[in-house]
Design a protein around this ligand. Structure first.
Ligand SMILES: NC(=O)c1ccc[n+]([C@@H]2O[C@H](COP(=O)([O-])OP(=O)(O)OC[C@H]3O[C@@H](n4cnc5c(N)ncnc54)[C@H](O)[C@@H]3O)[C@@H](O)[C@H]2O)c1
Ligand SMILES: [Zn+2]
Length: 480
């Protein structure tokens, strides 16, 4: 037997002839503790791109190495700096999320592919699925109430499509929105067994169901794709289009959660026909939020058609089948578009200046205080109503605009005032906001109908004046 000399592959030590030494101010300095000034001085800081050659990734010095390179170049970079105490590597790697929001009709009609295949964007992958004889496999979690109403349609759909399936109906109420329920889902998913590459978990229900399933999926095997099928108005225009998942914890709303977007959300308005009138108003509050912040046309539509939307439960009927003019499809489309505009560039909420926070500064405190008396959207509306008075007091809105907004809220059958929304509660909420928003209150306020800005200089006197006027004018219910 011949002894082969041990070969050390030192290629990972390779450096380009002229490494690019860059100044990267975002790179953290080494800890000051136990460091001498000598240690603090970086001797060299080098940026490496990553290139895939024959299946392995190699570092290549330089910020932009695409020119003349045949292999794949990653968008990730490694910054290396050396000091007398050692080497520091800082990895900067962009994470991309791609998800599709599809408005569809007849989602549960077996001839509609969306529920099973709507999340697949790659045409080759889609063709492969179509030509395969292997049955598809899906794990589905449904809100129990929704299961009682639509379970047989879902079952018929899956049977007609020869899917291997397991439906798990659960009482996904706000009180049950817990880690225990997420774990229960995970146990069932594990027993059923799914391939995390191509067998997404499907959640069908209101915002609570979508949030819990989203969290469970983002934990299973570190990130299993999931699909949202919203069945309430609120979840249709709000919970289904973003990336947030979560459960309540330690008596706090959504304290545990992740920012993992679904692979897709499939929206079918027909589910909304079975929700109560109060829950339609609840969803309309989040829609009104987007209208007041960003879209005058949507505000005017809600002003004129609010009652119609409530009466028709967002169903078109035969007369208004044309999606370009029917208020249900126009309003939901605009609400989703405006929501996506605000969410897509800030999916992980790194930017704390968020117009979508309108109505969410005081409402969490109020909602928890009176639980379960107010639904989320109702608490949001009470918050928005007070903020409209603030905006008016600050000269951002005219009296007439204020009046129109309050009348619109009342037309949507939403509460505009609440006795438990005391001035002390307002102050406490804004103090909490200051603490958790980097020392600024970041208060979104309307500056006209369908226009808004973020304000940080809120004067205590104006806050109180607005509060007083708000109580004087609205506590008696005289504006109707
Ligand atoms: N992830 C997000 O970005 C996001 C955004 C907004 C709200 N949320 C969360 O969403 C939750 C509120 O959502 P929600 O208002 O949909 O509440 P919900 O999920 O509690 O549903 C409301 C009620 O309607 C019932 N229901 C659902 N669909 C039905 C249907 N088609 N017909 C008849 N009854 C039906 C449910 O059983 C429930 O009783 C909150 O927990 C909130 O934190 C999340
Ligand atoms: Zn909300």
């Amino acid at each position: 037997m011949r002894l082969v000399p041990l070969f050390i592959d030192a290629s990972y030590m390779e450096r380009a002839e002229e490494p690019l030494t860059v100044n990267t101010p975002e790179i953290r300095q080494p800890s000051l503790e136990n460091s001498t000034m000598e240690n603090l001085k970086r001797q060299k800081e080098t940026v490496f791109s990553l290139v895939q050659v024959k299946g392995t990734w190699k570092r290549k010095a330089g910020q932009n190495v695409k020119q003349g390179i045949k292999g794949r170049v990653s968008a990730a970079k490694i910054y290396e700096s050396t000091s007398s105490s050692g080497t520091t590597w800082t990895v900067v790697t962009p994470v991309t999320f791609t998800y599709t929001v599809i408005q569809t009709k007849n989602l549960l009609d077996p001839s509609n592919d969306t529920l099973l295949l709507g999340h697949i964007r790659d045409t080759q992958q889609l063709e492969a699925v179509h030509s395969s004889t292997k049955p598809l496999k899906r794990f589905i979690v449904m809100d129990e109430v929704v299961y009682n109403l639509y379970g047989s349609q879902v079952t018929n759909y899956l049977k007609a499509r020869h899917v291997l399936y397991r439906i798990l109906p659960l009482p996904t109420t706000e009180e049950n929105k817990s880690m225990e329920m997420a774990l229960k889902i995970l146990e069932e998913v594990h027993q059923f067994g799914i391939d995390r590459r191509n067998e997404p978990i499907i959640a069908i229900g209101g915002g609570v169901c979508l949030d819990i399933v989203g969290l469970a999926a983002s934990l299973y095997r570190r990130r299993t794709p999931y699909i949202r099928v919203p069945t309430t108005l609120l979840s249709y225009i709000d919970a289904s289009v973003g990336a947030k998942t979560g459960v309540n914890f330690a008596n706090c709303k959504n304290k545990l959660g992740t920012y993992i977007a679904p692979v897709a959300a499939f929206l079918d308005r027909s589910f909304i026909q079975t929700i109560s009138r109060r829950h339609i108003s609840n969803g309309l509050a989040e829609m009104l939020k987007m209208a007041l912040m960003k879209h005058r046309g949507l505000f005017e539509l809600l002003e004129a058609q609010g009652q119609f939307l409530l009466d028709s439960k967002f169903q078109s009927g035969l007369v208004l089948e044309d999606d370009r003019i029917n208020p249900a499809s126009v309003s939901t489309r605009v609400a989703i578009e405006t929501m996506l505009e605000e969410l897509a560039p800030n999916l992980w909420e790194d930017d704390l200046d968020r117009l979508v926070d309108f109505g969410h500064l005081i409402s969490p405190e109020l909602e928890m205080k009176v639980l379960p008396a107010l639904l989320h959207g109702e608490a949001v509306n009470i918050d928005m109503s007070y903020m409209v008075y603030m905006a008016c007091e600050m000269g951002l809105l005219t009296e007439q605009e204020k009046f129109r907004i309050i009348c619109c809220m009342l037309g949507l059958e939403l509460p505009v005032w609440h006795q438990d929304c005391t001035f002390a509660l307002v102050q406490k909420s804004l103090c909490d906001r200051l603490q958790h928003s980097g020392g600024l209150v970041r208060m979104p306020l309307p500056t006209g109908l369908g226009r808004a800005e973020i304000f940080n200089d809120t004067d205590e006197g104006i806050l109180f004046q607005a509060y007083k006027k708000w109580c004087d004018e609205l506590s008696t219910g005289s504006i109707q």
